[in-house]
Design a protein around this ligand. Sequence first.
Ligand code: NZQ
Ligand code: ZN
Length: 385
Amino acid sequence: MNPFIYHNPTELIFGKGAIAHLADKVKTFGKRVLLVYGGGSIKKFGLYDNVISILAEQGCHVVELAGVEPNPRLSTVYKGIKLCRSEQLDWILAVGGGSVIDASKAIAVGVKYDGDVWDFYLRNAVPQAALPLGTILTLAATGSEMNRSSVITNWETKQKLGVSTTFPAFSILDPEYTFSVPRDQTVYGIVDMMSHVFEQYFTHTTEIPLQSRFAESILQTVIENAPRVLENPHDYDARANLLYCGTMALNGTLPVGVETDWATHSIEHAVSAVYDIPHGGGLAILFPNWMKYVYKENVERFKQYAVRVWNVDPEGKSDEAVALEGIARTREFFNKIGAPSRLADYGITDEQLEVMAQKATPFGPIGRFKPLEASDVHAILQMSL
Ligand code: NZQ
Ligand code: ZN
């Protein structure tokens, strides 16, 4: 195990009726609020009205930034920064999925920075301060509700980049808010949280039994609960389990003392930057191919994955055969829940493979399990057609 420092200040407020805590937060953070949300799903299932009435009861001055896109855009972030400054707002309340939260994080750090917020994403500056941010999560997927990452797309330059920004001060997670998530987005969320575990599980770091078992148990819990949610989207307990898995998969618990990878996420972000496809859909296509491309770097780790997560029986089989069976089971599971399996499913051909390979590696080779050059990325994309 490597040395580590673990710090996560986000207060997680979880469960049915958790929104009752919102009023207290106004007392803590102030009455001038930027309310950020997406394309209107929160209006359809009543959360918007609920939030507005709680904020009104507290005498808040609420300024709205609506219409944050899935794969949130830099242009929207600029609008939010402008509103916070012109209206002199105290804090930001993000209500939605990862896109709304990521845009809100960018706004929070952008307000406190004199230069262009995109500097952070280009690694030309590091955020030093942020407006307080609270979130009400409506989709189990990214873990953004309890981490510092923000992923933003600059549509002008066709770049989608992630950077460490600021932790939410609090996040309210009520599983009932995820009942209305459509089937395809539910599937993308399932793939995304599993992919976050993969990025932190496939490692060369040894002697990490607890981190490994945390990771394996998150994967097993997702695998058990995914079919329940797809069968009955209103299954409170299954939705709650997935919601908690999504948070735990990317809130800093898994990578402590572990060298993590993240190459597949960089590749997916490059694909999304060029084709604007859903993040989880891209990961479902890419991850099994990444696994096939790199497993020889540490067959033992892939064998452990196959045996412990998929219950593959290793009896009488070579380590490599067991490892490959685990990878095949991953693909089968994604297929079973209805995730896409080929770039062609999104109409993507071999036309822009080199463009995406270059975009995936803007700061040099990516990943640590097997550092990938643009040519490796090209090969994985080719396998994914
Ligand atoms: O925009 P609205 O109307 O709200 O609809 C959204 C959107 O169309 C809808 N939705 C959300 N909650 C709903 C709902 N529809 C009905 N009922 C609900 N309760 O779902 C659609 C997708 O929402 P989005 O926020 O884009 O999804 P997700 O949470 O998967 O976020 C994806 C974004 O997060 C980034 C991705 O790259 C992508 O841009 N990521 C952020 C990470 C982080 N900050 O840590 C890590 C991830 O790896 C990821 O890269
Ligand atoms: Zn992800």
